[in-house]
Design a protein. Structure first.
Length: 276
């Protein structure tokens, strides 16, 4: 016995795919009207929140109420915080160069290309990454030590992410830091504290779904996929490619861990670290 209502979960998977698709399609319509595809980054967190809320409603009577509430609230808090932060950070800016470069690759209609490669692709990723949220909600197993460990990992992750975002925003607001590389606070220990925190959030949510070996194995793809997206997908890799030519970045990268928080390395004797 796994304590998971697999039949009800199957229906939930179909309906949450529709929910994620609806959020991204609505965003697509707004983006096309405004000529600004960067707003899809705001929809990323909102789509996860929509999936979590839909799952919470649909799973009533099928899973443990406390587990359902915790996994829904944890996902919504993360998704809404991320959406609000990106919306605040993006205000007053034009198109993101990443999307301009991507759409320049279109061989035919750019709008249809954006729909396929950005919006529908992101809806699919939201659905796949959110599998632990859905599976945990259909488990009748009461909260246990592993679930509490999951919440602790989630809390550490969202704290790391939020503090990193706050430190970077405060650094950029100081005119004296214009043109410099952020290498203070958490950014002295990892070049991507926000991405590392994101990864922890989803490993924490994964632990909430580990009520037996069957669901644990079935949804393992989720945290693995999110971690890969953040490290070798559209996260760390693209950002570092964009930053590579900034003054002082090579020295910063040489002394600072690329992902996992580690004490900064001491510069080699005679090396000038510079700023970015």
């Amino acid at each position: 016995m796994t304590g998971t209502d697999w039949g009800a979960l199957g229906l939930n998977l179909a309906l949450t795919a529709a929910a994620a698709g609806a959020v991204l399609l609505a965003t697509f319509a707004v983006a096309v009207r405004r000529g600004l595809h960067r707003i899809v980054d705001i929809a990323w967190g909102l789509a996860f929140t929509a999936v979590a809320l839909a799952t919470w409603l649909l799973s009533a009577g099928h899973g443990d109420d406390w587990r359902r509430l915790l996994v829904c609230a944890a996902t919504a808090v993360w998704g809404l915080r991320l959406a609000a932060h990106i919306a605040w950070r993006s205000r007053g800016h034009g198109e993101d160069p990443r999307y301009t470069a991507l759409l320049d690759k279109a061989r035919g209609n750019r709008t249809r290309y954006a729909l396929r490669t950005v919006y529908l692709a992101q809806a699919t990723l939201v659905w796949l990454v959110s599998l632990p949220v859905q599976a945990a909600s259909y488990s009748s197993v009461p909260l246990d030590v592993l679930a509490l460990c999951g919440i602790a990992v989630w809390a550490l992750g969202i704290g790391f992410e939020a503090v990193g975002d706050h430190q970077l925003a405060r650094f950029k607001q100081d005119p004296a830091h214009r043109g410099r590389i952020m290498d203070q606070g958490l950014w002295a220990w990892t070049r991507h504290p926000n991405y590392f925190g994101d990864s922890l959030v989803w490993w924490g949510l994964y632990l909430l779904a580990c009520t037996a070996w069957q669901p644990a194995l079935a949804v393992l793809l989720s945290p693995v996929l999110m971690t890969l997206l953040l490290t070798v997908g559209s996260g760390k890799r693209l950002l570092e490619k964009h930053m590579a030519d900034r003054r002082g970045y090579a020295a910063y990268a040489a002394r600072t861990s690329g992902f996992l928080p580690l004490p900064p390395k001491k510069p080699a004797p005679g090396r000038q670290t510079g700023t970015r």
